[in-house]
Design a protein around this ligand. Structure first.
Ligand SMILES: [Zn+2]
Length: 342
């Protein structure tokens, strides 16, 4: 009994009806001799009767031979995604140049369109930002942020009197900070040739401008939303890069970062620039950890004079018992006896 119930349940399921055939009503030939001359009709191959027409063509519109079409036109019907860094949504039709007659007039008329023109100058600026960042080993995400910031300035027609180079330098500087990869004014100056004084000035006004715009950075930078007004660069943020340049290992530059945070918090070296603080801390820690770097070496990397480094270090040295606790020294595996007098 159980078997019968099961069979009837299965029997109620859909099954292909194999007793139905599509055959030509004229020749009643079996199996039917069907042909598909046009892709949208079915014809009997024996008598020529059209059995079905206006069928939906399910064939692909083209065939792709992955390598063959490299030099030919791409038959796909979609283009690139729209680039939010450019104006408009780039859905315009472009008319090929080099034609004659009416096509040529259309081409000219389209060329006069303003959106195209403004995109051209934007593209030129982006190219420059990209080139500067590439030459400076700045990550793509920072370069994209700089481009985005530049577009905001361009959209608002702000800072009209300023030269584009200065604005680009300012945007790169701010992008570096927003992406937590800060660079110093001197480093930006080294690539953009915009003077430190000018970068400092444009940086202040740009930051005020961006904060007022309350822009969302999600579009480019991802998870981190909103423009953060940054305080001046923390010395500890710079330790990793300078430490790496000097060939210091993680333990050492990390200790220098910890020390520079402590120095900043306690107000030792108050009034000195973050760079001097970093340089003096790296000098102290490198000696403490037994991988001494001379003031000259540090000066070459950080960009402050060795005299300044020695002066700042002298202040730190006089406070060494408070700054370098026994816990700290044990943690970094250092020795206070390694510290030079100056
Ligand atoms: Zn037939």
């Amino acid at each position: 009994m159980a078997t019968t119930t099961a069979t009837s349940a299965v029997g109620s399921e859909w099954k292909k009806n194999l007793s139905a055939h599509v055959i030509c009503p004229e020749c009643k030939e079996f199996p039917p001799n069907l042909e598909f001359p046009g892709s949208h009709e079915t014809v009997c191959g024996s008598c020529g009767l059209v059995l079905a027409d206006r069928e939906i063509d399910v064939h692909s519109e083209w065939r792709t031979f992955s390598n063959d079409d490299q030099n030919n036109d791409d038959p796909s019907r979609v283009g690139e995604t729209s680039n939010i860094l450019l104006n408009g949504n780039q859905l315009e039709t472009s008319i090929a140049g080099g034609a004659t007659g009416a096509a040529r007039q259309l081409y000219r008329a389209q060329n006069k369109l303003s959106s195209e023109k403004s995109n051209k100058s934007l593209m030129a600026a982006y190219k420059e930002i990209g080139a500067l960042c590439d030459g400076f080993n700045i990550q793509k995400i920072v370069a994209d942020t700089a481009k985005y910031l530049f577009k905001i300035v361009d959209d608002h027609k702000a800072f009209k009197g300023k030269s584009q180079d200065v604005i680009i330098a300012g945007c790169i500087f701010i992008a570096c900070r927003q992406c937590q990869a800060p660079r110093t004014f001197s480093e930006i100056f080294a690539v953009t040739k915009v003077s430190r004084k000018e970068i400092g000035r444009i940086y202040k006004s740009l930051e005020k401008f961006f904060t007022a715009q309350n822009i969302e950075r999600t579009a480019i930078v991802g998870a981190d939303a909103g423009f953060k007004q940054t305080t001046s660069t923390k010395p500890s943020d710079l330790c990793e890069r300078f430490g790496t340049f000097l060939g210091l290992d993680y333990r050492t530059w990390n200790a220098a970062a910890t020390l520079s945070d402590k120095v900043t918090k306690d107000g030792d070296l108050a009034g000195r620039s973050p760079l001097s603080i970093v340089a003096a801390c790296i000098y102290m820690i490198s000696h403490l950890c037994g991988v001494p770097k001379s003031a000259k070496e540090i000066s070459n990397v950080v960009g402050v004079s060795d005299g300044t480094i020695r002066g700042a270090y002298k202040q730190l040295y006089s406070e060494r018992d408070r700054l370098l606790t026994d816990d700290f020294i044990a943690k970094v595996n250092g020795d206070k006896a390694n510290l030079p007098q100056s």
